[in-house]
Write a protein that binds this ligand. Sequence first.
Ligand code: 4NP
Length: 176
Amino acid sequence: MVYQNVNDRTAKLINSLRHKEKIRVLFVCLGNICRSPAAEEVMRQTVAEGGEADRWVLDSAGTGGWHVGDLPDRRMRVHALRRGYDLTHICRQVRRADFDDFDMIIGMDAANISDLKSLAPTVEAADKIVSMGEFIDPGMGFDHIPDPYYEGAEGFERVLDLLANATHRLFSAVSR
Ligand code: 4NP
């Protein structure tokens, strides 16, 4: 089930992580104020529920730098808090060292993936980049996490629905 949608490269990456003591994941979107800080916190709750809170090191960053130093977007915080996720991440931009510091760098959409690939310093670093869309149940009808920034409430709710699904599938792929 878990491998249903992921490509061969991602399956290989997942296999290499399964026996690791620590798993370090960086979630990346454009602004680092909506999707990726939400992904980080939803994943934190997912791994805690699965009894692996100490095993996972989670962070998020943006490919763009417009909001560096800010808390997540107020709309994202309000929608997330209604589901019990308190978003306190402080926005930061992706940096070169992230490709050393993390095992998996997960982009929310195709533009994030493309931007990350051009930032990756080596081929090995580029192999750490995967799309969150690979973990979404195909039945949900999305192959990426759509940018909610110019959307209404439903855009933010959809992000949280998709992230809840994708984080559970990512967790079950890598958990002990
Ligand atoms: P995010 O959403 O990538 O999910 O954080 C956005 C936040 C800010 C902007 C675009 C998308 N912006 O253009 O400032």
